[in-house]
Design a protein around this ligand. Structure first.
Ligand SMILES: [Zn+2]
Length: 141
């Protein structure tokens, strides 16, 4: 059995935020949905939907840069940070794809909703030293 030398700290995920992300994933299918996560390093506070402007939105996502800037400004006003982004995998598990790895960067929480099994699976990931490490969620009300 492999022992991880690096454990990502847990992040709290409120049930209404998780529900909003899952609802967006279902609304957007068969395309991938995407959005931004506001909060702090330890807690997601809000999920904000964004337009997926990728040319092939059924296979990848790109957050509308105009919306991205607006959300950053809104977060700043509310003394929150844009701590991550979410997107969906309509036909595959909630694990980062090769494309996700190509576009990854550090210190950002990547939340993926997998719809493959019919039941939404929501998982968190962080890019650390060339790999995605799972981020455990503490699910709160
Ligand atoms: Zn992906």
């Amino acid at each position: 059995m492999e022992t991880s030398v690096h454990d990502e700290p847990a992040v709290s995920l409120p049930a209404p935020v998780e529900a909003a992300i899952v609802a967006h994933a279902h609304d957007a299918a068969p395309a991938e949905c995407c959005g931004l996560l506001l909060g702090t390093a330890a807690a997601i506070v809000e999920a904000r939907r964004a337009r997926n402007v990728a040319s092939d939105a059924t296979r990848r996502y790109a957050i509308d840069p105009i919306e991205h800037l607006a959300v950053i400004r809104d977060a700043r006003r509310r003394r929150l940070d844009v701590v991550g982004a979410y997107h969906s995998h309509p036909r595959s598990p909630a694990r980062p794809s090769a494309t996700d790895a190509e576009e990854a960067f550090s210190h950002f929480l990547f939340v993926i909703v997998g719809l493959e099994s019919g039941t939404a699976d929501v998982r968190g990931w962080r890019w650390y030293e060339g790999n995605f490490e799972p981020v455990p969620f503490v699910r709160v009300k």
